[in-house]
Design a protein around this ligand. Structure first.
Ligand code: DAK
Length: 264
């Protein structure tokens, strides 16, 4: 794929935005390529995705300012829709997505990382929403997702001041889950992805759905969403096998085995 690489590694896969000369900035082609790669993911085989940027300097340095600079109103709207559709697709993609943030995560770069389920950052990563300095608002969901992740006050500070924050500050405010040295970034992301991939895949997907959908409604409705999704798990072979295995283990510790979940 032109600006996006896709590599399958057993039950996990790595998606790399590969436009390092422009610090992996998102133009319409990159967005189209990302969307095409998501079409290609074999959801029966792959249990966790990692999204990262090519090179050692940048995850994604934002939306492509050069291409945005000449957009008309309708082109701007179409670009915004393309990005928003893709980011929402990532956010609701049935399997989890881990962002491995290897440098600049500015504007659309910070926003795409926030569409992922989990963020692991290199110590060198830098986060920010510089849009107001360019005379625009964040356009790929930044005002919404940042406020949901770090709270309205901190999101307003980051967005209104357009001041970038370093990885340790991003960790402190809950924007990222973990910070590691750059050379350990992909190994750390792969380790976590493999840990997720070793769990019952239908249950993992169900958790993603329950968390995402539950956050959109009040607690009374959210609990009903969880009840329904929890009930669905009892129709899976994975649940029956894993619970039988636990009971066997109690009777005879020798019978302990690692359940090989089958996606059923
Ligand atoms: N777009 C296009 N090219 C970019 C870029 C970007 N966002 N960021 C970097 N580049 C390009 C540079 O132009 C340069 O290209 P050449 O000159 O070599 O051809 C190359 O990448 C290397 O960049 P620098 O030479 O500038 O590298 P430095 O290390 O000196 O500086 C930097 C790195 C990340 C601090 C700097 O490049 C920078 O400030 N970049 C811009 C960061 C930024 O402001 N990003 C946020 C963009 S705003 C919307 C949809 C989306 C959005 C808004 C609305 N709707 C449609 C509603 C999103 C907006 C944004 O993301």
């Amino acid at each position: 794929m032109g600006f996006v690489d896709y590599e399958v590694k057993g039950k996990i896969a790595v998606i790399t935005i590969n436009r390092p000369k422009a610090l992996n900035a998102l133009n319409a082609e990159v967005l189209d390529d990302l969307s095409a790669v998501l079409d290609q993911v074999d959801q029966n085989e792959i249990r966790c995705l990692i999204l990262t940027g090519a090179g050692e300097k940048s995850f994604v340095a934002g939306a492509d300012i050069g291409s945005m600079s000449t957009m008309t109103k309708s082109e701007g709207e179409a670009f915004g829709k393309k990005g928003n559709d893709l980011f929402r697709r990532l956010e609701t993609f049935p399997i989890p997505v881990i962002a491995a943030i290897n440098g600049f995560a500015l504007g659309g770069g910070c926003e795409i990382s926030m569409s992922c389920d989990i963020r692991i950052a290199a110590e060198s990563a830098l986060f920010g929403q510089p849009e107001v300095g360019l005379g625009i608002t964040p356009g790929f969901g930044g005002t919404q997702r940042l406020a949901r992740l770090v709270g309205a006050g901190m999101a307003k500070q980051i967005i209104y001041t357009a001041k970038n924050i370093k990885a340790d500050e991003a960790l402190r405010i809950g924007l990222v889950n973990k910070v590691v040295p750059l050379e350990e970034l992909l190994p750390a992301a792969e380790k976590m992805a493999n840990q997720i991939a070793a769990q019952a895949p239908i249950a993992v997907r169900a958790c993603k759905k329950a968390i995402n959908e539950g956050l959109q409604v009040d607690m009374d409705k959210a609990i009903v969403i969880e009840e329904k999704i929890f009930g669905d798990c009892f129709e899976t072979e994975d649940q029956q096998e894993a619970m039988k295995n636990f009971c066997r283990k109690k009777d005879d510790p020798e019978k302990v085995k690692v359940v090989d979940f089958k996606n059923k």
